[in-house]
Design a protein. Structure first.
Length: 435
């Protein structure tokens, strides 16, 4: 039986993560019937790239109801700007339509509560595309915890590093404004909080954190011209004096680094209307943080020590999970092509509390996000793998808890006090979650 989808937000992420697989390997059982975006030029580009979508109807923002009425999709896929997710999710659930949404599910705890309440009344269900869960390393860690290798989890140390290329990209685009992204403790860290929540299978109860804007914004120490604002990398008069720009954009453009976070071919309105992903990382409108440290307390006693920095010489993370019977350690080096030194193979090191260390070499799989994307898409479009003996596909509850922790991190840093999760997901909603 053919399942039909409407895409809300024809972003580059939508095209690479969802549209391309749907029109290729999943096309026998799935069909895209509608495309919606605030910029019709994006839809035109999408159809040029994927001629298979010629028959799919096109809609502008504000025509969601019309799209649903005319195309009658079985599910919508939400890949629009973060702050717009809530509108599409609620409207779809009101019509008993399933929702697949990119992370973050929404940008505020208030909106997360709205989603949970709406889903409870709806025949539709929300799936949050937390692809980090599907990395072979992350699945192996989950399996080790479930096997009881470390006993009851007592603490987690997670330090995440975003390099100067990837980190700067968030400050070049709409992510740099909290009203659009919820800040990076939500837009980015929701991935990390979800991993921890899922690994240890505990509910977060309280957050305390510190945060700062150390590298970007008008007071950034490496700003080559603090006297001017609203510059663009492509036309900036001081680009050759900007360490961030020159690290990744040498004067010979053939040597420039390219990945999916900064689309150089979209600049100067060559493709998308009014969209430039090369805004200055030192602009005054930046109102989010680039550095966080946080502690999270969980309902079964585990404690998380978390940090994230968006201007580091290399990218990856360091993880340790401690339990009453042992410890798991691993370190990932992401994007090794962007560092001027060799990086070791990632392994998982297991230390029993009393015994010999084991080094686990994980079987890797191809595909984006460490091999996680293809497996996630299989679960979404072909059905959950029946051979897996634990839950991995995330729903609205998982999405809500990551939003609450991320918002708690920001509010704690702002207000200099611990934030209880039930302040953000009120007591009545807590009952809805745990039913």
């Amino acid at each position: 039986m053919m399942k039909t989808f409407a895409i809300c937000g024809v972003s580059n992420r939508a095209m690479s993560m969802f549209i391309q697989p749907l029109v290729t390997e999943f096309s026998e059982r799935n069909q895209i019937v509608g495309l919606l975006d605030s910029d019709l030029r994006r839809i035109d580009i999408c159809k040029e790239r994927f001629p298979e979508l010629a028959a799919a109807n096109s809609y502008k923002d504000g025509q969601f109801e019309q799209m649903i009425q005319e195309t009658k999709p079985d599910a919508i896929i939400v890949v629009s700007r973060d702050d717009t997710h809530i509108d599409y999710i609620l409207k779809a659930l009101a019509k008993d339509i399933d929702v697949i949404t990119e992370k973050p599910m929404v940008t505020t705890s208030k909106d997360a509560v709205k989603v949970l309440e709406a889903e409870k009344k709806s025949k539709g269900k929300v799936t949050v595309a937390f692809n980090y869960r599907y990395s072979p390393y992350h699945r192996k860690i989950k399996e080790m915890v479930l096997e009881g290798k470390i006993g009851r989890v007592t603490s987690v140390d997670l330090n995440w590093y975003i390099d100067t290329y990837h980190g700067a990209s968030y400050f070049k685009r709409w992510n740099r404004q909290r009203e659009f992204s919820g800040g990076l403790s939500i837009h980015k860290s929701t991935h990390h909080f979800d991993l921890v929540n899922w690994w240890i299978d505990q509910y977060p109860e309280e957050v305390f954190s510190y945060g700062a804007l150390n590298y970007y914004g008008p007071d950034g120490e490496l700003n080559p011209d603090p006297s001017t604002d609203n510059r663009y990398c492509g036309t900036c008069h001081v680009q050759n004096d900007c360490d961030y720009y020159m690290r990744w954009n040498p004067r010979t453009l053939q040597s420039a680094v390219k990945d999916d976070h900064i689309k150089m071919d979209e600049m100067n309105d060559k493709q998308y209307t009014g969209y430039r992903p090369d805004q200055c990382i030192f602009d005054s409108e930046i109102n989010i943080e680039d550095t966080y440290t946080a502690t999270v307390k969980y309902n079964k006693g585990a404690l998380l020590s978390y940090s994230i920095n968006f201007s580091v010489p290399y990218e990856g993370y360091r993880l340790a999970i401690n339990g009453t019977k042992g410890r798991i350690e691993t370190q990932e080096w992401h994007a090794p092509s962007r560092v001027p030194f060799e990086v070791p193979e990632q392994t998982i090191d297991y230390y029993p509390l009393f015994g010999s260390k084991e080094i686990i070499h994980v079987v890797q799989t191809p595909g984006g996000h460490g091999g996680g994307d293809p497996i996630l898409l299989n679960d979404i479009f072909l059905g959950v793998d029946p051979r897996r003996n634990y839950e991995i596909l995330a729903g609205a509850e998982a999405g809500a808890y990551t939003i609450a922790v991320g918002e708690g991190v920001w509010k704690s840093a702002k207000e200099n006090r611990p934030i209880k999760i039930e302040e953000l997901l009120n007591a009545e909603q807590k009952n809805i979650i745990q039913q």
